[in-house]
Design a protein around this ligand. Structure first.
Ligand SMILES: Nc1nc2c(ncn2[C@@H]2O[C@H](COP(=O)(O)OP(=O)(O)O)[C@@H](O)[C@H]2O)c(=O)[nH]1
Ligand SMILES: [Mg+2]
Length: 358
């Protein structure tokens, strides 16, 4: 099969054009509205971009129908469903190649948002045709996701910061992740670390952090008010890293941070990183991200990737908020269950999970 792209004003016109140019064996695989510039680029008009698949199989002996019969009077049902963005899976007719249908429904099951789904599907179709379907769809999809990530989520060094605060909802894994981050710096890089915690609401929250910190022989400063915070900052000036834990609702707000800033070397920032759990529904993740957005750096840590088979939300977060996934966590064990978010690793995980592989 070969893939062809045509542009038309409407679906009936697109169907007619496809049939006229490629014959009635051609299958409409996908359509999306696009803006096309006319009048020397001064005006833009809405058009429909249609991808058609044409079978490369040797022509059958049967005589071709005369041109008058090529355009069928009624567009088939599946073509009627092909209008509108984000309707990729509905737009794939049963005659579309099986790998397309498998990938389209996998992306849908992963709850990848319409825009990302569309971009991935277009990449997948182009690649699959270019390679004449010679590779497993999981391998092709993995490449497509990796390329998408490289474009939208380029590998970048984390913004260096001595003071790192984790924020996010209760139970997402902030304290555990903080312990993992601290242990990484201490054990792998031999850095000196200190912990602060403002989570004084929840029973046992301080004990939980104390347990990890005592194994690492790192100090924990419990912060009830601004005076405690200022004192803790003063006592930790010589530590290589300070990791700040928070409760969902009382993360240090800007004013406190501003006050404390005066005690830090000139211009030393506190990096605030949002923690999101992949086990949450995307709708809820999005709400949390929107709420925290004014306070956070552009980095996010995604936890509990071991507890879900659905990775779509990860792509959606990158797409919708332009956040950089700094780390993903993969289990409850401290310090080992954390990985820097490498695009190759992410693409392999997402494609593997999407198409039901381990
Ligand atoms: N399976 C799994 N569990 C995790 C992960 N990260 C944290 N947890 C667990 O989630 C629970 C809540 O973690 P905690 O750090 O207390 O969350 P916090 O309220 O945000 O500080 C604990 O039972 C952790 O062991 C992870 O990556 N995978
Ligand atoms: Mg906690």
């Amino acid at each position: 099969m070969r893939i062809k792209k045509i542009t038309a004003d409407s679906m009936p016109e697109a169907v007619a054009k496809v049939r006229r140019e490629f014959g009635d064996e051609a299958v409409i695989l996908h359509s999306k509205p696009v803006k096309v510039r006319t009048w020397f680029g001064l005006k833009s008009v809405e058009k429909l971009e249609v991808y058609a698949g044409i079978d490369d199989a040797p022509p059958r002996k049967k005589e071709r129908k005369p041109p008058a019969n090529i355009v069928k009077p009624d567009p088939p049902e599946e073509i009627k469903a092909a209008q509108g963005p984000g309707k990729m899976t509905e737009s794939l007719p049963s005659s579309a190649p099986a790998p397309f249908r498998a990938v389209a429904s996998a992306l849908k099951a992963q709850e990848v948002n319409g825009q990302v789904e569309e971009e991935l599907m277009n990449r997948f179709m182009e690649k699959w045709y270019a390679e004449k379907g010679s590779r497993q769809e999981a391998a092709v999809l993995e490449d497509c996701i990796r390329e998408w990530l490289e474009h939208r989520h380029p590998a970048a060094e984390a913004v260096p910061s001595r003071m790192i605060q984790l924020v996010g909802q209760t139970g997402v894994g902030k304290t555990t992740t903080l312990a993992k981050l601290g242990a990484r710096e201490m054990l792998q890089r031999k850095k000196s670390i200190a912990f602060f915690t403002t989570d004084t609401f929840r029973m046992g929250a301080v004990d939980q952090l104390n347990t990890y910190a005592s194994i690492m022989e790192a100090p924990v400063h419990v912060i009830y008010d601004q005076a405690d915070y200022i004192e803790a900052v003063a006592q930790s000036r010589t530590h290589d890293y300070v990791f700040i834990d928070s409760a969902g609702r009382n993360f240090l707000h800007e004013q406190t941070v501003e006050e404390a800033q005066r005690l830090l070397p000139a211009g030393e920032p506190i990096k605030t990183v949002l923690v999101l759990s992949l086990t949450a529904k995307y709708k809820d993740m999005k709400e949390v991200a929107e709420k925290f957005l004014p306070y956070i750096s552009n980095e996010v840590i995604i936890t509990k990737t071991d507890e879900t088979t659905s990775f779509g939300a990860l792509l959606n977060i990158i797409d919708e908020f332009s956040l950089r996934v700094a780390f993903v966590t993969t289990g409850q064990e401290v310090p080992e269950d954390i990985e820097p978010a490498d695009n190759r690793w992410l693409a392999a995980k997402i494609a593997g999970r999407a198409l039901g592989e381990k």
